[in-house]
Design a protein around this ligand. Structure first.
Ligand SMILES: O=C(O)CCC(=O)C(=O)O
Length: 210
């Protein structure tokens, strides 16, 4: 997997296997809804299901801080982490991650992490494919390796939406296979109520007189 323009950074690994399993369990416990597209509609453009992680959970909050650090963004820029699951035949067609947003709310950066086993050799589909990159008429495909992630900037240094980052979640093709992934989107403006942002270190406790 390689692209220097735009830069796609492979994070391998980003998450421990135990962390992937934890995220999946938390996502299952948060209820799975039909996914919406970036325009906020449910249709056959995106047929997976989605859940949002409980960001007040200490492990999840710790992960959000790690993701922000890796991306070089403040923790308060991280949106609620979104987990997405694809059963056989489900997909997310080509899209960019920041359609029609107000400038203050730009999704500057994306980290998409793969959470499941069994799809790494590509024989059961499920790749994250960058439709405008790649060669020989083939998209640049990132196959799902549990714990690995890919990171990119959705905007050019000049501040324009970088349409070269268009990507798709290819359909899972094998019966019984499920692909789990996690989106971390980081905004240009702090999310004021983000409870998972780093708390200020506590002031040292006054020592009691012996
Ligand atoms: O499933 C994938 O590989 C990509 C998912 C994605 O692009 C998204 O959820 O925005």
């Amino acid at each position: 997997m390689r692209s220097e323009s735009p830069v796609l950074t492979q994070l391998a690994p980003l998450l421990l296997a135990e962390e992937c399993d934890y995220i999946i369990e938390k996502a299952k416990g948060s209820g799975r809804e039909p996914s919406q597209t970036g325009e906020g509609v449910v249709d056959d453009y995106r047929t997976s299901t989605t859940s949002y992680l409980p960001m007040e959970d200490p492990v999840v909050a710790c992960l959000a801080n790690r993701l922000a650090t890796v991306a070089g963004m403040p923790p308060s820029s991280v949106e609620k982490l979104q987990v997405t699951a694809y059963e056989p035949g489900q997909e997310y067609k080509a899209h960019t991650d920041d359609p029609k947003r107000a400038p203050a709310q730009k999704r500057l950066r994306t980290i998409f992490a793969h959470l499941s086993d069994g799809l790494a050799d590509g024989s059961c589909g499920g790749a994250t494919s960058f439709t405008k990159l790649g060669s020989g008429g083939n998209p640049l495909r990132v196959f799902p390796h549990k714990g690995q992630a890919v990171m990119w900037s959705n905007y050019t240094p000049e501040g324009k939406l970088d349409t070269r980052t268009e990507h798709a979640g290819e359909a899972v093709t094998c019966a019984g296979a499920t692909k789990w992934g996690m989106n971390a989107w980081m905004r240009s403006e702090a999310l004021p109520k983000a409870p998972w942002r780093s708390r200020r270190p506590r002031s040292p406790q006054k020592s009691r007189a012996p």
